[in-house]
Design a protein around this ligand. Sequence first.
Ligand code: ADP
Ligand code: MG
Length: 235
Amino acid sequence: MAASKGNETVLELSGIQKSFGSLHVLKNMDLKVNKGDFIAIVGKSGCGKSTLLRMIAGLESPTAGGLYMNGKPVKGNSLAKIMFQDGRLLPWKTVEQNVGLGLKKGSHDKIASLLKRVGLMERAKDWPGVLSGGQRQRVALARALVHEPELLLLDEPLGALDALTRIEMHQLIEELWKEKQFTAILVTHDVEEAVALANRVIVIEEGRIALHQSINLPYPRQREHPIFIKSVSRI
Ligand code: ADP
Ligand code: MG
């Protein structure tokens, strides 16, 4: 069935519950994510955000309920790619080798074009250890996107970066989202970040969706950010 963009369900969570022993982290979650959505999931530390993303990535199973991608149950080989706060680059591999992990031989052009797109072409042969935190997250983003994932999962990817670098990264993520037309789920405790990037914001409280809000502001949003305006006006 050919569905138009915006109505096609990429991911469906139905009655998701997740417990670790007697700890009931997620109590009942229903959510439909449409193709092209940029969803932000906001909640306090420990509310189950990473657990939820791991389940969507097929790295963990729910205690009850179902997760479906394109109508099929999510398994270990999920079509989603996840990007973590600490980037999880392999320190013994160069930047381009990190981006090429899991790709076939002969993917050099693909790797090069993404490295160029995230502004790190000149750093291709460097070790991750010599890069700044922001550059490492650019590599992590390139490594996730090189697989052309249907769904990009972002687990507090900018949480360890300074405010200005975060705003630069917001711009890059927004541009790539528009260019490559993937669907994204961002987990963050930063409400401003959620509003800067997402078209729907979901707040998790006590294991449930406490608020589900559409954001109808036009892009780009982060250039209106007071910190950004302040820093630019000083230049
Ligand atoms: P968040 O990402 O929102 O900060 P997490 O999803 O990491 O929260 O964790 C939610 C809760 O589940 C926390 O209390 C955490 O300690 C617990 N938890 C997460 N993974 C495990 C696990 N594998 N075993 C036991 N408890 C876990
Ligand atoms: Mg987490």
